[in-house]
Design a binder for this molecule. Sequence first.
Ligand code: HEC
Length: 119
Amino acid sequence: MAKTNELSKYIVAISLFIIAGSCATRKSEPITGAVVDRSDTRVANGQEKYNRYCQKCHPAGEAGLGPAVNGKPNFLKKFQAKHGLGVMPAFKDIISKQDIKDIGLYLKKLDKLKKRKDI
Ligand code: HEC
């Protein structure tokens, strides 16, 4: 009897896990297989820095913990990255000016890519 109890606890736990997982809401557009051209070293650097500092809250420029950044004006992205707002941290003492510019350039390329309909 004790064993069956143990087993049913696991079954309940696993079922709850599956139910919780399937209730996740979609917060943004699906991430396509499109990738930016990394042959430009500034874009490549921007992507690396973006992935390190911004990706966790704005996955691929879409909404996550923070709102989507794709399609927003570039000056806003750079300003926000430097000074932060609300719960978003300021990065001006963490990321160099050049790297913030590169992040801006990378996001610009990402925007262009997302506008293309053929990918
Ligand atoms: C800890 C999570 C977090 C990180 C890391 C983060 N952001 Fe944010 N970001 C947010 C949140 C939350 C907001 C919304 C701020 C508010 O309005 O209070 C935001 C807002 C923004 C906005 C404004 C969007 C709008 O619609 O007004 C931009 C642009 C932005 N972030 C860019 C960046 C960039 C670039 C980086 C990397 C340097 C970055 N964020 C890193 C959480 C984050």
